[in-house]
Design a binder for this molecule. Structure first.
Ligand SMILES: Cc1cc2nc3c(=O)[nH]c(=O)nc-3n(C[C@H](O)[C@H](O)[C@H](O)COP(=O)(O)OP(=O)(O)OC[C@H]3O[C@@H](n4cnc5c(N)ncnc54)[C@H](O)[C@@H]3O)c2cc1C
Length: 507
């Protein structure tokens, strides 16, 4: 092995958060930063750059495409997209860019996230380098405009033009998107934070096609570097003089921590992994917005205009006492019916659909290791609809009924020929629940699997400075660190968390 490279900061994972962290830390010319990304660069990949081509990334060579373990109360066929490319999931997603409501950060504080209050977090929203703009006029689809109008009329909610203005609760409207409307290029963390500086900072090295296999510790449980495997199969060590910062996302961060000996001690020992820190919370508390589905035959072809194909949202409180919307529905322009098709439903040539999400899910899942082999896929158990009081199931059904109300209201009703899935005959809670649970989907918002928390909270993996407990010089900065998932789509919260995380590291 040649002399091992060394940086002050080693950032493992050049995804949504990792790109921000590396860019911000390397603003200081006095420190060196090594950004290690498992996948290739996104710079020359039009499928990653052009936001409307996002679905071509699904199940592509960039998608880690993780399976689910069987779900007794949910859908066992969920495939969890995780983009292995510079920019991570922000180089793949639809970049719906919603600022979380204040209540979300209040919850973070209540769960032990001291310092993550809404006032403090506003400064990080203001600092974001991503270009966040409403869906441009030329991309506004006439059918979607009718859905917005129908939702407002059917549900009695306002039409929203600026979702990111503080204080929103429920409404319907075109979304803010992280993109450049003139070029169609997404404003991923890679595009917004890395592309402008790549090759211009002598203190930042971006090593793509470099997978971190484990974090290395000295006898005093201080993280001193990482072991990596490059695309040619070569294994090498890279030293970190100050800190290792793990930004591998909500599945691969707990996976890497566990492979490095940080996690539930007994389980690690059973797998033959030497325990560095016994932290039972690693890989637990997995949170995602459970997503339902309604499909209709369209009365006529849908016009083609769109920014991302997922350009509007409906936010609604099916439970009037909820402080924030408990249902958030997407209205895709693309055909989106694969889980209904799997049950034998045939999608008509012209179809429309709506996907109501449960925004405050109470069920919690897990990510665990199948073995000590880093090439064995992790075991993802969403444990859907296992919450004690049935909140998630109840809210999903309320979301589906909300979708039906909107579809029955003019002017959306003029676009609907008939309901295809679940189908007009499916009306009772029991029938609706069985079909909704069998076809429910991830929205790809997995999070909270190495959550921060207060001292004394045994399930917390990180302190509020995002430092891993029980060891030194190791942090986690990505969606795993969320104490609880945001009400809205999480990418803006990940960017804000990364901005704050970088500041905490600079300390
Ligand atoms: C298809 C899709 C659509 C979505 N749509 C939206 C949306 O419209 N709006 C929204 O708000 N959210 C959306 N999301 C969710 C959002 O994109 C994610 O929550 C967010 O990007 C996660 O950021 P992260 O930094 O935690 O992880 P990631 O962005 O996944 O970054 C992890 C990075 O680490 C790398 N990595 C993993 N393991 C290793 C290793 N061992 N060594 C080195 N590198 C490693 C990966 O290759 C990746 O680049 C979507 C997600 C997907 C997949």
């Amino acid at each position: 092995m040649s002399e091992r490279p060394a940086y002050d900061y080693v950032v493992a994972g050049g995804g949504t958060a990792g790109a921000v962290v590396a860019a911000r830390l390397s603003e200081d010319p006095g420190v060196s930063v090594g950004l290690l990304e498992w996948g290739p660069t996104d710079q020359h990949e039009p499928r990653a750059l052009q936001i409307r081509r996002w679905s071509e990334m699904l199940e592509s060579e960039y998608d880690l495409d993780y399976a689910s373990v069987p779900q007794p109360r949910g859908n066992s066929c969920i495939r969890q997209a995780r983009a292995r490319i510079l920019g991570g999931c922000s180089a793949h997603n639809t970049m719906i860019a919603l600022r979380p409501p204040r209540a979300d950060f209040d919850r973070w504080v209540a769960l032990g996230g001291h310092g993550w209050d809404p006032g403090t977090m506003s400064t990080y929203f203001a600092r974001l380098a991503a270009s966040i703009v409403p869906v441009a006029a030329e991309h506004r689809n006439a059918y979607l405009a009718d859905v917005v109008e129908a939702a407002s009329a059917a549900l009695g909610v306002p039409v929203r033009e600026d979702w990111n203005a503080a204080g929103y609760r429920d409404g319907a409207g075109f979304l803010p998107i992280g993109y450049d409307p003139d070029t169609g290029v997404r404003s991923s963390s890679s595009v917004a934070y890395l592309h402008p500086i790549l090759g211009t900072r002598g203190n930042l090295e971006v090593l793509t096609q470099t997978r971190v296999l484990r974090v290395v510790f000295d006898a005093g449980r201080r993280a001193t570097g990482v072991t990596v495997r490059r695309a040619d199969g070569q294994v090498a060590d890279i030293a970190a003089r100050r800190e290792v910062i793990v930004c591998c996302g909500a599945i691969d961060t707990p996976r890497l921590l566990m492979l490095s000996g940080i996690g539930p001690g007994q389980r690690l020992r059973e797998l033959g992994i030497e325990v560095v820190a016994d932290l039972p919370g690693v890989g637990s508390n997995l949170c995602d917005h459970t997503e339902g589905l309604v499909v209709w035959e369209a009365a006529r072809p849908i016009p083609p205009e769109g920014a991302t194909d997922w350009d509007i949202t409906i936010m609604y409180r099916t439970d009037p006492v909820s402080v924030v919307p408990d249902v958030l529905a997407h209205v895709p322009l693309m055909t989106f019916a694969m889980h209904a098709e799997r049950l034998g439903y045939r999608t008509p040539r012209h179809s429309i659909s709506m996907t109501p999400n449960v925004t405050q899910p109470r069920s919690r899942g897990t990510v665990t290791l199948a073995s000590a082999d880093p090439d064995d896929p992790p075991l993802i158990d969403y444990r859907m609809f296992t919450d004690a009081d049935g909140h998630d199931e109840r809210t999903l059904l309320a979301g589906i009924r909300m979708a039906r109300r909107v579809a029955g209201q003019a002017p959306m009703s003029g676009w609907v020929a008939r309901e295809v899935f679940p189908g007009p005959d499916v009306q009772t809670d029991e029938e609706l629940s069985a079909l909704a649970r069998a076809t429910c989907h991830t929205v790809y918002y997995v999070s909270c699997t190495a959550r921060m928390g207060a001292p004394g909270d045994r399930g917390a993996v990180l302190d509020p400075q995002l430092r891993v407990r029980g060891v030194d010089r190791l942090r986690v900065i990505d969606a795993s660190a969320f104490p609880v998932l945001t009400t809205v789509n999480p990418v803006v919260a990940v960017l804000m968390l990364a901005e704050r995380g970088a500041e905490l590291v600079r300390g």
